[in-house]
Design a protein around this ligand. Structure first.
Ligand code: ZN
Length: 273
């Protein structure tokens, strides 16, 4: 075995003496002229990518492209809001983009190193005439483009449904994107990410409304099961309420006030791991 490898290396070096080798500067197959043998690939390996994080940009096409390519933040992909959305790849998937910031999901922290980030051009929220936040919808074309892009990424990296997340899921104390109008159910119907058993949730909600809503400790254990970073001490502190708001933004976007109510309990319980 050792002899065979020595012979192969010698042959590569000998080949370097020919005309092609002279033209190529007589370099080896790897950096610094090293002869790196890539003929054997290990069975024990996996993608560095485990999570897929979705964002809105909060600005228009030109500004989003500028910020994400020339500033201190970036993403792997940017989907514009043109009638036929353009997809930019701003960072190679093998490298980290700077989109998640301080973040946590299923106990993993600082997800830039282990995720792919997709930014979608959308204004986020503006202040409405009534003084309340007004959210802006995504176009059908953007969502269709996103689904096609995500299907390819998820399949190539083997990303689990539970690890397709909102920026607000992994940074619930800081971030709201992609916001309450993002169509998570439509994505789940396309095979991307989790959704809950709606019939089971309706039954459970009726039971909880007729009886007792579970306590804060129960909510904390359920949120933790889904992946959120929450304490397990049974007290409705700020971190717990923010995680509950993030959950509601995604699964009950009509009301994300952070109340520990019967419907939230029913939906939580009806979501798969
Ligand atoms: Zn974001």
């Amino acid at each position: 075995m050792a002899i065979a490898r020595w012979q192969r290396t010698w042959q590569l070096r000998a080949g370097c003496l020919g005309l092609a080798g002279l033209l190529a500067g007589c370099a080896g197959t790897g950096p610094q002229g090293l002869d790196i043998d890539t003929s054997v690939q290990a069975l024990g390996q996996s993608s560095r990518v485990r999570f897929l994080v979705l964002h809105y940009t909060g600005s228009g096409n030109a500004q989003s492209l500028k910020v994400l390519s020339r500033g201190q933040v970036s993403s792997h992909y940017l989907i514009t809001d043109e009638p036929r959305p353009r997809v930019y790849r701003l960072v190679d998937e093998h490298r980290s983009a700077w989109h998640a910031g301080q973040s946590q999901w299923h106990g993993r922290t600082w997800l830039n190193a282990s995720s792919i980030g997709i930014e979608i051009v959308n204004p986020g929220w503006t202040t409405g005439a009534d003084g309340k936040p007004q959210w802006h919808p995504y176009s059908d074309a953007q969502i269709e483009t996103l689904i096609a892009l995500m299907r390819d990424i998820v399949q190539r990296h083997g990303i689990a449904a539970r690890d397709i997340v909102a920026h607000s899921d992994i940074a619930p104390r800081r971030k709201w994107d992609p916001g309450p109008l993002f169509p998570w159910k439509r994505l789940a119907q396309a095979g991307l990410g989790r959704w809950y058993d709606e019939a089971a949730a309706a039954r459970l909600q009726a039971e909880y409304e007729a009886g007792t809503v579970p306590d804060v400790a129960w909510f904390q254990s359920q949120l933790h099961r889904l992946g959120y970073a929450v304490p397990q001490h049974g007290v409705a502190d700020e971190q717990t309420v923010k995680a509950l708001v993030a959950f509601q933004l995604r699964y009950r976007p009509s009301d994300y006030e952070g109340r520990f109510d019967a419907q939230s309990a029913a939906i939580l319980q009806s979501l798969p791991d």
